[in-house]
Design a binder for this molecule. Structure first.
Ligand code: ADP
Ligand code: F6P
Length: 479
């Protein structure tokens, strides 16, 4: 039998986060690091700085099995590409939050230009056998740019955020071009079945194809190309989270928090400071709990960790102000000399500390208005003591709700309902907590971060066999 050789994986994402002091906020970073540390490969993307004029070639740094390849981006284009089209147009659209949506054609053009830059700078690093794995909405048109440059390697795309239904997608003037660009990938992966169905429906509506080929439900045809469109719910490194959480009792920061709680039950939220995470509604629901259930006053402590993110976008500045006001208002009305209801922290923590905090929490409070997956929900479950676990209160609008069906499910827009969910969780007997936790842990183990990587990479490998060298021909055929 011949020696089997693993193809090199080239991951491409907007931001490349070389781990610094273990602090990282964002599901993509955590997921990609988790996946690459097993198999190794290249991680290519923006390194976090801008330049004037043309970007230089990628700077390479090898750390163990991973080579980090980073580029700078032109500062004017960057603002329009990242703050503008990616996070002012695509992000709110993907999260069905059209009140935050805006569109400016020049930002769209800058977004396309940045994708061309990504392709140009990536090209010299590619080898014929590489599998290229592109991540998230910033880079929808990257395969199209790479194909135009003659790349025939298998190229896959994974979307970390939801894919909007056609009625919402149509608010975006270049919606059809974006669908066409996506068809230049060989594999497209979504977090949930709903996202996949919405994407296929969009293709059919646009008359671009989207019908199944043969018996394999994942294989479709669109603009005369064959592609795999499937569901790959992102997972976590369950053992690593559990171990960090278990060992965290010796960390001074975790011990300090435990002492400060003085035996009071902790409700905990961890989210980037993003309007899609539903934080103002969440704070109001906690307010509702204190109002509706007087026995919770002086008892429950809600700690919300929310590191600032995308500060260049106005809506993110506004939400920060709104939360500061809400915290002051709730604490001002309910606090006692010896008890403050909300602890609100705008900063990042090292992962072991975060896992230790999550283990201390009696309730994991995860109520996004819409979320592709939400890894914090999964991390909370993995961090619990299986013999005496806490309860996850989870938004039914997070992708994680499709898997973590034993959570206490709430609608994040229904303040009274969320308060009831918190009360149910706070008073839940140990037997029921253990039962729910056991169910959810089994789901996490079955579909962990390695399964996610293996399934996606396998789909990409299979697409090499299915499309072969024809990829080049078909990519240009329709242009
Ligand atoms: P998103 O990708 O929208 O940020 P997720 O919940 O899927 O949402 O992923 C967030 C990831 O970032 C999780 O792994 C979480 O532990 C991590 N994270 C969030 N906030 C912090 C923080 N303050 N310090 C360290 N890690 C954080
Ligand atoms: O999937 C959510 C996402 O957009 C990821 O791309 C990234 O992990 C996270 O949010 C953080 O976003 P940003 O890189 O804009 O800070």
């Amino acid at each position: 039998m011949g020696k089997s050789v693993l193809s090199r994986i080239v991951v491409v994402s907007n931001r490349v986060a070389e781990p610094k002091a273990g602090k990282s906020a964002g599901g993509l970073t955590v997921g990609v690091m988790g996946a690459l540390k097993q198999q190794g490969g290249i991680w290519f993307g923006w390194g976090g700085t801008t330049c004037t004029g043309e970007a230089k070639d990628a700077e390479l740094k090898r750390r163990g099995k991973i080579t980090f390849a980073t580029i700078e981006l032109n500062e004017t284009d960057f603002d329009a590409y990242y703050n503008g089209f990616s996070n002012g147009s695509l992000w709110p659209l993907a999260h069905y939050l059209l009140g935050f949506f805006s569109y400016d054609r020049s930002q769209y053009e800058a977004w396309r230009r940045v994708n061309t830059t990504f392709a140009r700078k990536l090209l010299p690093l590619l080898e014929p056998d590489d599998l290229i794995w592109v991540h998230d909405y910033h880079l929808f048109p990257l395969a199209e740019e790479l194909r135009r440059a003659g790349v025939t390697n298998p190229i896959g795309f994974f979307l970390h955020v939801p894919f909007p239904g056609i009625a919402v997608l149509q608010a975006l003037p270049p919606w059809r071009q974006i669908l066409q660009s996506l068809c230049m990938y060989d594999v497209i992966g979504f977090q949930t079945e709903q996202d996949r169905e919405d994407f296929l429906e969009c293709l059919r509506f646009a008359g671009l194809g989207g019908d199944r080929r043969g018996n394999d439900s994942g294989r479709i045809e669109a603009i005369q190309r064959r592609l795999t469109v499937d569901v790959f719910p992102i997972g976590i490194d369950v053992d690593e989270c559990a171990q960090q959480a278990q060992e965290s009792a010796r960390l001074a920061s975790v011990q300090r928090l435990e002492r400060a709680l003085m035996g009071r039950p902790l409700i905990m939220g961890v989210d980037r400071l993003d309007y899609s995470k539903g934080l103002p509604d969440r704070f109001r629901a906690f307010d509702q709990l204190l109002s509706d259930y007087p026995s919770s006053r002086g008892q429950l402590v809600y700690m919300q960790i929310a590191p600032p993110t995308r500060a260049g976008v106005r809506a993110y500045q506004d939400i920060r102000e709104e939360l500061e006001q809400l915290t002051g208002n709730i604490n001002g009305r309910f606090a006692e000399p010896e008890w403050v209801p909300i602890r609100y922290l705008n900063r990042g923590f090292a992962r072991p500390t975060l896992m230790g905090f999550l283990r201390l929490a009696r309730i994991g409070f995860v109520t996004p208005l819409r979320d592709g997956m939400n890894l914090v929900a999964k991390e909370y479950v993995a961090a619990q003591d299986p013999a005496d676990p806490g309860v996850l209160v989870l938004s039914q609008l997070a992708g994680a709700a499709r898997e973590l069906t034993s959570a206490v499910m709430v609608n994040p827009y229904d303040g009274r309902g969320v308060a009831e969910g918190l009360q149910t969780a706070a008073s839940m007997a140990r037997e029921e907590r253990v039962e729910r936790h056991t169910d959810m842990l089994a789901v996490l183990r079955k579909n962990d971060i390695n399964v996610w990587r293996q399934r996606f990479v396998e789909a990409l490998e299979n697409s090499r066999q299915a499309t072969g060298a024809g990829a080049r021909e078909s990519a240009y055929g329709d242009r």
